[in-house]
Design a protein. Structure first.
Length: 390
């Protein structure tokens, strides 16, 4: 099952997490308040199981107003919010429940899942790590942690995370996809090929074609990359990153309209894909659709806030809107954190010249010439616009 399908299935399962099969009312004599809380909770569970999520939320809230400390109502309320797609509200309820009892592994997993759905990948990863620390058998937490790590660009960490489980999980296509992607991205092509071969062992697979496509992208063979990534998308349109990578390959082939369509298709099923958000934002900037471009770059920045391409994109938008002070700050941050990013120095020189700081502009131009000479000596392409890579 592809990871996005897995995540959606887990969200659906979480919607009833902790809900008893039938309403549970305290059998022993109890104070009026506690009995009222039990009755409200039982009513909420009945509505929840019947699919009346709005009604269930109301009754869970009534129960919590009487007994704010009860974990069952707090957890089920979070699950009800998740069922409606109100993940920020779900996060608040799960966090509150964990303040009462940090050892609740199921609630912590649901918290990680809700954070994952909002694109807060660092926070989600931290929760999945804690789940695995408390219960190493949580396979879903392992795969979601691997996906968070892959999306944040730490391929070596994905390999380190998944390798110990290779013997038990390699027949799982999702596991093989995540491990194979990370191996290829870290240039361990021999082992990556072994994963591909395993994926094709039982016949053609979308995951296998995707990994071959990534291999061709790393060899700068975008034509063959498009062939295999298109086949992967045909076999499984919901395979994570397949449309995003296809978009990058199409960009390398010079087909910008098709690339934009591929990025938009990725974002329909995976709104938190970094490459799709970042590159679609840059392409829209090229068309002077500045406000729309900024929206995509903002989401990309939530995933990788210090990425040079994201900062570069923001600076170009700021220049397009004549926000020179903001552009200067963005570009100074960019050239400090990524001093070899040639495009940042080019734009920063432009900003300095436009604001009358000729000496600073000349200094940036000299840096550009030095970087260009070093790049040409190595036979490399420039980085402005950013390189299209998997």
């Amino acid at each position: 099952m592809p990871l996005r399908r897995l995540a959606l299935a887990l969200v659906a399962a979480a919607a009833l997490a902790g809900a008893p099969a039938r309403a549970q009312v305290s059998a022993a004599p109890a104070a009026d308040g506690l009995q009222s809380s039990d009755e409200a909770f039982a009513k909420a569970v009945t509505l929840h199981q019947a699919g009346d999520i709005i009604g269930a939320i109301d009754w869970y809230q009534r129960a919590l107003k009487i007994t704010p400390w009860r974990l069952d109502a707090r957890s089920n309320l979070g699950a009800a919010y998740a069922k409606l797609g109100r993940f920020d509200d779900a996060v608040a309820q799960y966090k509150s429940a964990l303040e009462t009892d940090p050892g609740q592994v199921g609630i912590r997993f649901n918290l990680g899942l809700a954070l994952y759905k909002t694109g807060s990948l660092e926070e989600a990863a931290a929760e999945f790590r804690e789940v695995l620390k408390r219960d190493a058998s949580q396979r879903a937490a392992l795969l979601l942690l691997a996906d968070c790590t892959l999306q944040m660009g730490d391929d070596a960490a994905v390999v380190a995370l998944l390798q110990p489980h290779e013997g038990e999980l390699l027949d799982d296509h999702l596991f093989a996809y995540l491990l194979g992607t990370a191996l290829i991205q870290t240039n361990d092509l021999e082992r990556g090929q072994a994963v591909i071969d395993r994926l094709f062992r039982d016949g053609e697979s979308a995951e296998g074609h995707l990994l071959i496509g990534i291999q061709h992208m790393r060899r700068v063979d975008s034509r063959e990359a498009v062939t295999h990534l298109s086949k992967a998308a045909e076999l499984n349109p919901e395979l994570p990153t397949v449309h995003s990578l296809l978009g990058v390959a199409l960009m390398n082939n010079g087909d910008r309209p098709a690339a934009m369509a591929a990025f938009r298709r990725e974002l329909k099923t995976n709104p938190n894909d970094f490459q799709a958000n970042m590159r679609l934002g840059l392409l829209l900037r090229d068309e002077d659709r500045l406000d729309e471009a900024r929206d995509y770059l903002v989401r990309a920045a939530r995933l990788r806030p210090k990425d040079p391409d994201v900062l570069y994109g923001f600076a170009r938008i700021q220049l397009g809107k004549d926000e020179l002070a903001a552009a200067q700050k963005t570009l100074e941050d960019l050239t400090t954190s990524a001093p070899d990013f040639e495009g940042g120095h080019v734009l920063l020189a432009t900003v300095y010249y436009r604001t009358g700081r000729r000496e600073d502009g000349d200094r940036e131009r000299a840096i550009v010439e030095k970087l260009k000479a070093a790049r040409e000596a190595k036979g490399l392409a420039g980085d402005a616009p950013p390189k299209a890579h998997p």
